[in-house]
Design a protein. Structure first.
Length: 398
């Protein structure tokens, strides 16, 4: 019998977080009679304006105490608060006999959770970090492409979460949160070159591309495909992740981090972005997977747009995509379809995820495989800056 059985008591799920993502995940789960979500926030965190979800009393005390209290009676916990240490929450979940999921983009926190895999398996629970957009849904799309990739094939995964219209000179806004952005921009990422695992510096290998007639710039950022890069070394020629931004964004970010020295004072960079970036709901999620083998090139593109909910309130595309993926993953875990222990991002096949009704929340503007969707070299495209700079960006993993 499924753990989440409509004939039984709904599956209780704790969502830790006070932000938009936690709220969106809670509302998506609440639409199913099979799940009973509750929001848990630390004392002092403000409740969102839409406070119709069940909420625990403010969690106070030391972290072990508040986690013990919050997890009592729960079957799973979804961490949507980037300020809480993922490994500590996962460890507490194991002790409470709860499945653990998070939407973190931080590779280091994912590695900390992975180290608890044996303990989770012994306890009969599942740990699934990186269940958001990237890593998360995008990782599943990339894994599907890798399954049919030739040994000499090069795959580049482009992802952009952007305001529908450029905001300010950065062409950016506070759509999700600043912590994930800082991790992406400041942490080395894993990639494959000639089948070998290498480290790539963030904010490198810029190129200009066009998607659906709109110009973007792309550059390397961290964390989204690390698990796939490790598991596919020697099996595919190349794999790299690049973030999409409106043109000009990279130069301004490099000015702040390199010329102004904020790379060594990330707390100032965090403060600057937190206070200066406007919050927007009207966003777009752009995903493109480019495949090259010899003289052959093709690409698959997917665009998700913010849409109004049943009350007419605009809901951001990234919050919907994130919630849909983490809820679908939880659905499969609750049905006992994933086994116990650690589940790496991308380990659950896209076809399996599509068996969950939660993935039906994704309503793409387009979802096509078209060789000319992505035009490299138009709109003033730049190849990887030069061989010397490429060597500074990349280093082999030994």
């Amino acid at each position: 019998m499924d753990e989440a059985d409509p004939m039984n008591t709904p599956f209780p799920v704790l969502i830790l977080g006070a932000g938009r993502m936690a709220n969106r995940i809670g509302h998506m789960l609440a639409q199913s009679t099979r799940f009973a979500p509750v929001i848990g926030t630390r004392g002092g965190d403000a409740a969102p304006a839409d406070d119709t979800l069940p909420r625990l009393p403010p969690l106070t005390g030391t972290l072990p105490d508040l986690l013990t209290s919050a997890l009592r009676g729960q079957r799973a916990v979804i961490l949507a608060d980037p300020s809480l240490p993922a490994s500590d929450v996962a460890r507490a979940a194991i002790s409470a006999g709860c499945h653990y999921l998070d939407i973190s983009e931080n590779a280091a926190s994912g590695a900390g959770v992975a180290a608890l895999g044996d303990a989770a398996r012994a306890a009969g629970v599942t740990l699934a970090p990186g269940c958001g957009l990237a890593p998360g849904f995008v990782t599943a799309l990339a894994a599907e492409a890798l399954e049919s990739a030739a040994p000499d094939e090069d795959i580049t995964v482009f992802v952009g979460v952007l305001p529908a219209r450029p905001e300010n000179r950065l062409g950016y806004a506070n759509i999700w949160g600043i912590e994930g952005l800082i991790s992406e921009y400041s942490t080395p990422c894993l990639a494959l070159r000639n089948g070998r695992l290498i480290e790539v510096r963030p904010l490198c290998e810029p190129e200009a591309i066009s998607l659906d007639g709109t110009a973007f710039e792309a550059f390397t950022t961290a964390g989204s495909l690390d698990a796939l890069a490790r598991s596919h070394q020697g099996r595919v020629g190349g794999l790299v992740f690049k973030t999409l931004r409106y043109p000009g964004h990279l130069d301004y970010v490099r000015f702040l981090l390199e010329d102004m020295g904020l790379a060594k004072r990330l707390y100032l960079f965090r403060s600057l972005l937190s206070t200066a970036m406007p919050h927007v709901e009207d966003d777009r999620v752009l995903i493109c997977i480019r495949r090259r083998s010899g003289n052959t090139e093709s690409s698959r593109t997917l665009t998700l747009a913010a849409r109004p909910d049943a009350k007419g309130t605009l809901v951001s595309a990234v919050s919907t995509a994130t919630a849909a993926h983490v809820c679908a993953t939880l659905d499969l875990i609750a049905q006992g379809r994933t086994g116990g222990g650690f589940v790496a991002p991308g380990a659950i096949a896209l076809k399996a995820l599509q068996m969950s009704a939660f993935l039906d929340h994704l309503d793409p503007v387009n979802a096509a495989v078209q060789p000319d969707d992505l035009h490299r070299g138009r709109h003033g495209a730049k190849q990887p800056e030069n061989q010397q700079n490429a060597e500074k960006c990349n280093s082999p993993i030994r």
